[in-house]
Design a protein around this ligand. Structure first.
Ligand SMILES: Cc1cc2nc3c(=O)[nH]c(=O)nc-3n(C[C@H](O)[C@H](O)[C@H](O)COP(=O)(O)O)c2cc1C
Ligand code: FES
Length: 413
């Protein structure tokens, strides 16, 4: 099997993001890279990737058959995913699919199956129904290739097909009576995602402040703020952090849960797309507080643009020495890596997510004993926090901590 040198170089880079005795974690990144290059995962690919990672072919095949985004057969040059979950269905996504299919001469795929990709006779277009794309407030939505299209008019689908650029809607500016905390930069006309913009606005000052504090002081501060996890269960963030021993000898990991797949939820995507450095600053403060030297951002596979934005933000932060070795002269080393999911809703559940990050199917683990803070990633203590929770950590100055208890984002669709 001839694998281009450039592709293999990217694969080696991906493998280096995980501990050398946990190469299996690179299975999904390698599958993504393979599929991006060759269009689908052939039997040869399964064998090749397994050999590359020192695994059995079944270890790779079980991923291809579990994660809907991996394809065992090629899709067309232009692949279109239409969301069929509740908000989009009510806003016309089934009509959208019907009109799309009739325009492209495609037989409509049956509903309810795993991932029935249907290809047009000329091989130029393929369509697929997918579940919630975390854009329910602007339903109905679809993805053409990697681009998200919002508020698509089912009756003028030709407009979208002819338009090569995404029409992502930015969040509206706040109501005059609204006081935004986490969303303070979202929807701002003068706001961009680059680090210079973030720095001009006082970005990374909270990190600098945190690096002058003791770890236990930060944990106590987060605990006293009353900050509760924004991933769903509302568990106290500071209390969860305090489960990590200050003198822990094993490696400690932080995982940012950016899997946002719950139908009706679309708060994290805006943060990732419009204020990535706020999230990164929260992650870095949290890593320092937990003495976690490695953080992974597990981002759902359907956010390819978000993954790129975060990769860029990480690189910018590295250039400013906010991450990497000896950050800001503090003696603390930390690395942050992106890990893309591949379409499985269950990977939002923290133990399923950890299984997935270890290169397996996202089957949840039994609690006890697998509480992540005790036996998490690679059986090491691990804190899993939601995107919004970690952003709240980045705004932990005294004026705002007292408001954090009550403030939380709501998605309305
Ligand atoms: C089926 C299921 C799906 C979940 N999906 C997500 C998700 O997409 N994003 C998320 O942050 N938490 C999700 N959670 C909650 C996580 O398991 C975990 O509690 C959360 O990430 C912890 O972060 P927090 O303490 O900051 O809320 C899910 C839980 C379940 C049971
Ligand atoms: S229901 Fe379609 S984006 Fe959420």
């Amino acid at each position: 099997m001839a694998v281009p040198a450039e592709l293999e170089r990217k694969m080696d880079q991906a493998i280096a993001r995980y501990p050398s005795d946990h190469r299996r974690s690179a299975a999904m990144p390698l599958l993504h890279l393979w599929q991006e290059h060759f269009g689908f995962i052939s039997d040869d690919a399964v064998v090749w990737i397994a050999e590359k990672l020192g695994l059995q072919p079944i270890n790779i095949l079980e991923l291809v058959s579990f994660y809907p985004m991996f394809r065992h057969k090629p899709a067309a040059t232009t692949h279109i995913r239409v969301c069929r979950t509740l908000s989009c269905a009510m806003a016309g996504s089934f009509e959208l699919m019907e009109n799309l299919c009739s325009k492209l001469g495609i037989q409509r795929p049956p509903c309810g199956e795993h991932n029935p990709i249907t290809v047009s006779a000329d091989g130029n277009y393929s369509v697929e129904f997918v579940e919630c794309l975390a854009s329910c407030g602007t339903a109905p939505v679809c993805m053409i290739g990697e681009q998200l299209y919002e508020q698509v008019n089912p009756n003028s689908i030709g407009d979208v097909l002819g338009n090569q650029t995404s029409n992502i809607k930015h969040q509206a500016s706040p109501h005059p009576l609204e006081h935004r905390l986490i969303y303070k930069n979202i929807g701002r006309a003068d706001w961009t995602t680059d680090i210079d913009c973030y720095l001009r606005d006082g970005g990374y000052e909270q990190l600098k402040q945190a690096l002058t504090m003791s770890r236990s002081d930060i944990v106590n501060k987060v605990k006293n703020s009353g900050l509760r996890g924004r991933g769903g269960a509302g568990f106290s963030c500071g209390l969860k952090w305090s489960f990590i021993k200050l003198d822990e000898k094993r490696s400690v990991y932080l995982i940012c849960n950016a899997d946002e797949s719950e139908p009706g939820t679309f708060k994290d995507r805006y943060i990732i797309h419009e204020d990535p450095h706020q999230l990164l600053e929260g992650i870095l403060i949290s890593c320092y507080a937990l003495n976690a030297r490695t953080a992974y951002i597990y981002i759902r596979g359907e956010f390819p643009e978000g993954a790129k934005i975060l990769e860029r933000a990480i690189e910018e932060a590295r250039q400013h020495n906010f991450l990497g070795k000896n950050i800001l002269g503090s003696g603390f080393d930390v690395d942050v890596y992106i890990h893309r999911g591949a379409g499985a809703y269950i990977c939002g559940e923290e133990t399923g997510l950890i299984e997935s990050l270890e290169g397996r199917r996202g089957y949840p683990r039994i609690k006890p004993p697998y509480f992540p803070a005790v036996l998490g990633l690679y059986m090491c203590p691990t804190i899993v926090n939601n995107v919004e929770t970690l952003c709240a950590v980045a705004t932990f100055s005294d004026q705002v901590t007292s408001r954090l208890k009550l403030a939380r984002s709501q998605s309305v669709s």
